[in-house]
Design a protein around this ligand. Structure first.
Ligand code: FAD
Length: 281
């Protein structure tokens, strides 16, 4: 049995009663792996502000650690501080602080607040209360000015008070290890946890990856495309690929794994079992 790496699971903010029910079940099922937290995304432009908060408070009330994402985009400082304070009052002590993106159609006057400024704002108003996670991009953020500038801004998030980073997903472990090497050279020694996206749907993955700048290696793209009409085969193949990716990452010294669950427990459960992660009895 493997030592216990940091494990966390990410959900999106389900809006329907059925989706919320499914999420409760997913929390119950994945609890056996003793995750450090369940995180819940925040829709671009504040579109899920109340839903994210409700789900976070539910997760907490059910006895699990919950970490809300704050991709506050163009929200006012007062709104952000009020939300952070409400989380603090509710006993939440972990956050994922992000700049976010503005949803299409909202343009013009709205000004996005960079994540380092958000982290500084949270520290100014709530001191050391929160453990703050931020985003990192081993394959570099699509808007970055350059590879080294993106690492520079990650460093600024840590200087502002972030405790650790979670990465965008990737399928090439070398991208992660080289990124860690460059971060170390830039003086970043905080944990950078790989974000793991299971492979379950070819078309969604291609669309999403094109948007967020995640690379699907050519060989993998072809293998998934060939299975795109056979979901069972694609999932089976995807589990092999992602299990190997996780094994390589942990063997190479990654401090843990953050799973993008898409609110399903089965695939993350299989991955964790494949990796021999400890199961609570
Ligand atoms: P920043 O760190 O602000 O970086 C954005 C870009 O600006 C980068 O190119 C960077 O190099 C540059 N930059 C950074 N700081 C500065 C500065 N001070 N001045 C000038 N340039 C700067 N999106 C959502 O909408 N909701 C979510 O819940 C969500 N969760 C996520 C979770 C994880 C783990 C990750 C990796 C991403 C998530 N995202 C989410 C996506 C994220 O919001 C987008 O990638 C967004 O475009 C950037 O957010 P950031 O916090 O990395 O921004």
């Amino acid at each position: 049995m493997m030592n216990s790496p940091h494990i966390s699971f990410e959900f999106f903010a389900a809006k329907t009663a059925e989706g919320r029910q499914k999420l409760n079940n997913t929390c119950r099922e994945l609890d056996k792996f003793s995750p450090e937290f369940y995180s819940v995304t925040y829709g671009a432009g504040g579109s899920t502000r109340d839903t994210t908060k409700d789900i976070i408070l539910d997760i907490k009330a059910n006895g699990y650690e919950a970490a809300p994402h704050l991709s506050v985009g163009g929200d006012s400082t007062e709104d952000v501080i009020a939300l952070v304070q409400a989380y603090k009052d509710a006993g939440i002590n972990k956050l994922v602080a992000l700049r976010g993106d503005l949803p299409s159609g909202i343009g013009g006057t709205k000004q996005l607040v960079h994540a380092n400024e958000l982290v500084a704002m949270i520290r100014e108003h709530t001191g050391d209360h929160f453990e703050i996670n931020v985003a990192a991009y081993p394959e570099i953020h699509p808007e970055a000015q350059s590879y080294s500038k993106d690492i520079f801004w990650l460093g600024e998030k840590f200087k502002a008070g972030a405790d650790r980073a979670i990465t965008q997903y990737f399928y090439n472990p070398d991208a992660y290890f080289r990124f860690i090497e460059q971060c170390a050279k830039a003086g970043i020694d905080q944990p950078i946890i790989p974000g793991i996206m299971p492979l379950t749907n070819y078309h969604n993955l291609v669309r999403f990856s094109d948007n967020c700048g995640a690379d699907i290696p050519r060989w993998l793209r072809w293998q998934l495309k060939e299975r795109s009409d056979n979901p069972e085969d694609l999932v089976k193949y995807g589990l092999d690929v992602v299990t190997k990716l996780c094994e390589d990452l942990l063997a190479g010294g990654a401090p843990g794994l953050h799973f993008y669950t898409m609110n399903q427990w089965q695939i993350s459960d299989t991955l964790c079992r494949n990796l021999g992660l400890a199961i609570k009895t």
